[in-house]
Design a protein around this ligand. Sequence first.
Ligand SMILES: Cc1cc2nc3c(=O)[nH]c(=O)nc-3n(C[C@H](O)[C@H](O)[C@H](O)COP(=O)(O)O)c2cc1C
Length: 325
Amino acid sequence: MQRLKFDLLDENGKKVTEFDLLGKYSVVYLFPKAGTMGCTKEAQDFSNALEWFKSHGTNVYGVSRDRPESLKKFKEKHQLKVNFLSDGDGEFIRSLNAQKYGVTVRSTFILDRWNFIRWSSYNVKVTGHVDEVKSQLEKIIKEDNSLNHWIELRRARRALREDEISDELLKTLLYAAHLAPSCANKQPWRFIVVRSKDVLSKVHEALSGGNYWMKKAPVLIIVHAKKDMACQLSDGRDYFLFDLGEAVAFLQIQATQMGLVAHPVAGFDPIVIKNILSIPQENVVITIIAVGYPTGDLSQLSEKHQATELSQRDRQPLEEVVKYV
Ligand SMILES: Cc1cc2nc3c(=O)[nH]c(=O)nc-3n(C[C@H](O)[C@H](O)[C@H](O)COP(=O)(O)O)c2cc1C
């Protein structure tokens, strides 16, 4: 997805950049020339619908190569309400591939609250265009306000395939974890990626009986840290485990998007793990994450785990854990 960047002047000669658009949806429409029939009709249509756009948290910007003064006259003459931006040298229009034989191609872009272009239309026909933009915008807003797809999909799955995971995918997974926030940006997380058969079989010995299913995982990630690697507040709050939890959560969401299972567990002997991997005694090995591709073949699982694999997600009602005041 392309994220929009620009630095233009509005009809009053005031500089406007992508930072001014952040936090709101934007409709950015490019038009060939102020004052011509099609461009006037399009600006009027967007102006007439401006209240609707505003009520949907959206600003509308018309961009052309006209100078700010011309755009100002155009706006005043027809009592237009949209914001206008002047792209004198056409650089912005060209960056959107909307110039042909030196002429601006009538085009419209819908940007989300982070300025990502979510929808575009080139060679726009003015009649009925605003209605189409409205319906596309409604779809995007609905999608953005829905529960995150990968969060919804993630489950603690146990039926795994033994297929290897490429270095590149593992790197992306670990980088996602590393992008997690941490108190004072201390990044206390430490990961040991176990994938050699030799070390994997040693780690398998440290797993609790109920975690037999992890033996199919091609990769086990050991997550550890020491208290003083993170924030330690004078009132006794230690943040190292909180930070580690953030990182593991990020890793799980990234894994789900990549079609992988990342299942963290507590059921293992940390002393054995420390000895196998030479982790300092004062560190806490908080979890081992089993990483692998899911399989629908549940025959490798116990009856109990087969049932869990097919179960609906089990959560207390939200009202039990949330209080609004
Ligand atoms: C810190 C932690 C420890 C866990 N330990 C184990 C474990 O040792 N073995 C296991 O099979 N699952 C383990 N799980 C998975 C949980 O049982 C599972 O996340 C929970 O039942 C909710 O199910 P869901 O993740 O599918 O929504 C653990 C999860 C977390 C976050």
